[in-house]
Design a binder for this molecule. Structure first.
Ligand SMILES: Cc1cc2nc3c(=O)[nH]c(=O)nc-3n(C[C@H](O)[C@H](O)[C@H](O)COP(=O)(O)O)c2cc1C
Length: 484
């Protein structure tokens, strides 16, 4: 953390679902940089962890700090299993999918799950903690932000869309005012904008509202034009920016202009996609560079361009403290050692339509031939798109659901081609995959940036794993002897 400005120099990027775990964010924040948890789908993952027994008790500990104990008790009563489910036999019970008319119980779960992530990330230190959300996933946004703010989150980071209303939403929520977000509805030319609402007073059932601070907002963007547009918005400017290049892990901005694909079927980025860093620096707000900034040299380079620092994801995703299933981490690190692991920028995999980086790791759904053995099913639903039905009501569809269901909802068959169920795949990456028939378990889909092949640089000689502190030391130039 820069002592003069209290802005961090390193942001450990938010990585959904659950990869940037509270444990990871906690250790990064404890060392004076910005640890970020991901708020994406944590209502579902917290419910599944409770079904698995919450063996270390950490979730129930955090829940005991929730300002409205009766809401926390209801959630424990509903999901916590004292005899944890037998991984080989029991299916996780369903958690409702997000929708505009979702039950208050699901809204409660979203608020509480985001609260828990931030409380755990903040435990035992005075450092700052951030939360990351995706703009595209609009329905859970308001309850997620409010839950994180009840836990005292210091920064909100949002990209994957144009988060223009977030500065004013944060101000409204910090004053416990009712607020709303316009939600994009497909096939909806004639209607008024549809709004997702959240009311702090309704949520608290009229009880006393605790004092909460307004977190700083960093918009994650991939162009100077968007940064300038957000900065000039009448709805308020972000407090800073994360500027992400297309080699970053997770979702990437599509190339400008018509999408052209390489021989391997990956989007080709060209001159038009080069980010005008000078124009961003001229805005005058703190900014961070992200996407391939995992070394001290890159960190210094970012600083030389006027950046406050860097945001790094891939290096942290595979460290011991990340939320990824430890066996999967071990497997991928071993594959890299053998020169086998490859990251593909898949233009189709994500139902959002954004390019998405997929690690082609053995036995995972990142491999096309493995994915093709999966029977399509949609039962998590975070990436469903609301659409207007013929009768005027709102329905929900996802191009990764069974093709016939999607088409029955007015979706086009060509939209379904190559789409993957990221909801189930990303949740399985944490070791929380749903059990299917005949003992099958949903397989993981792992995402990482192009830097994946370089993560061996964080390993000490003779070691097969590394810790978040090793990444921080390399980034800050406090070198130790590495194995590769
Ligand atoms: C496993 C993984 C998951 C990610 N998930 C998200 C996400 O949910 N939201 C987001 O804004 N960025 C996400 N990212 C991007 C990171 O926050 C960060 O900006 C990026 O990883 C930086 O580039 P690098 O991977 O080259 O370090 C993810 C990255 C990884 C590696």
């Amino acid at each position: 953390m820069n002592a003069q400005t209290m802005w961090p120099e390193i942001i450990q990027g938010g990585m959904g679902v659950g990869i940037s775990s509270p444990k990871l964010a906690n250790v990064v924040s404890k060392h004076g940089q910005l640890g970020v948890v991901s708020g994406t789908a944590v209502a579902l993952t917290m419910a599944r962890k409770l079904m698995d027994g919450d063996l270390d008790g950490s979730i129930r500990d955090a829940l005991s700090e929730f300002p409205y104990p009766e809401i926390a008790h209801e959630i424990i009563a509903k999901y916590h299993q004292t005899t944890p489910s037998d991984a080989s036999k029991d299916k996780y019970k369903g958690v409702p999918m997000p929708s505009l008319d979702q039950s208050s119980a699901l809204t409660d779960l979203m608020v509480v799950a985001n609260f828990v992530e931030v409380v755990l990330a903040k435990k035992g230190h005075q450092g700052k903690v951030g939360i990351n959300l995706l703009e595209k996933l609009q329905i859970p946004t308001l309850p997620s932000l409010y839950g994180a703010m009840l836990a005292g989150v210091d920064f909100v980071l949002m990209g994957a869309g144009i988060p223009v209303r977030i500065p004013s939403v944060l101000t409204e929520l910090s004053n416990h005012h009712d607020t709303y977000l316009p939600v994009k509805i497909a096939d909806d030319a004639e209607h008024e904008p549809t709004l997702a609402y959240f009311s702090p007073t309704a949520f608290s059932r009229g009880k006393t509202l605790p004092k909460i601070n307004r977190p700083k907002f960093l918009a994650i963007v991939s162009s100077a034009t968007l940064a300038i547009h957000l900065n000039r918005s009448q709805l308020g400017s972000p407090d800073g920016f994360v500027i992400e290049t297309p080699i970053a892990g997770g979702h990437n901005a599509p190339p400008r202009g018509k999408m052209q694909l390489s021989e391997t079927g990956e989007p080709i980025y060209g001159d038009k996609d080069i980010i005008d860093i000078k124009a961003i620096a001229q805005i005058g707000l703190p900014f961070y560079l992200a996407g391939g900034f995992g070394t001290h040299e890159q960190f210094l380079y970012a600083k030389s361009l006027g950046a406050q620092g860097v945001q790094v994801g891939t290096a942290f995703a595979f460290c011991e403290e990340s939320g990824m299933d430890p066996e999967l981490k071990k497997q991928i690190i071993a594959e890299i050692k053998h020169g086998q692991s490859k990251v593909k920028t898949d233009p189709l995999a994500s139902p959002t339509g954004f390019p998405f980086k997929v690690v082609e790791a053995e036995h995972t759904n990142g491999l096309q031939e493995v994915y093709e053995t999966r029977k399509r099913i949609c039962d998590i639903g975070y990436l469903r798109e609301p659409y207007r039905k013929a009768d005027g009501k709102i329905g929900y569809r996802c191009p990764s659901e069974p093709e016939s269901d999607y088409m029955a909802k007015g979706g086009k068959i060509e939209e379904t081609i190559g789409r993957k169920c990221l909801c189930n795949g990303l949740v399985a990456t944490l070791g929380l995959g749903q059990k299917r028939r005949q003992g099958a378990i949903e397989r993981a889909i792992v995402t990482a940036g192009d830097d994946l092949k370089y993560i061996l640089r964080y390993l000490r000689p003779g070691e097969h794993s590394y810790k978040a502190i090793d990444v921080l030391k390399i980034l800050l130039g406090q070198r130790f002897k590495t194995a590769y």
